[in-house]
Ligand binder design. Structure first.
Ligand SMILES: [Zn+2]
Length: 92
């Protein structure tokens, strides 16, 4: 009886075979860290589009998967791109 209870609790804390509805997706690796050749360019709209949503807002780190350092670079690049009208500030 006591054993069963403990087992149940153990399973609850073990993420492996818990309710798949709440399973966390695998942590993304920063695209800019993974690919050293890839350099952010604020004049390259196609590249920066990956980091903004359809409204033109900059995506958060949980969406881009970027590390803190590269997220800062992304933010700066997007803001520069907006300033020179490569990217829109807003989109309906
Ligand atoms: Zn990075």
């Amino acid at each position: 009886m006591a054993d069963k209870k403990q087992n149940k609790r153990y399973n609850k804390n073990n993420d492996d075979d818990y309710n798949p509805k709440f399973r966390r997706p695998r942590k993304k690796v920063c695209a800019l860290c993974a690919n050293k050749d890839l350099e952010l360019d604020y004049k390259n709209a196609e590249q920066l589009k990956k980091f903004v949503n359809e409204k033109g807002k900059i995506l958060p780190r949980r969406a881009t998967g970027a590390c803190a350092k590269h997220q800062r670079d992304i933010t700066l690049a997007v803001k520069r791109a907006r300033h020179i009208a490569v990217l829109p500030y807003t989109q309906l």
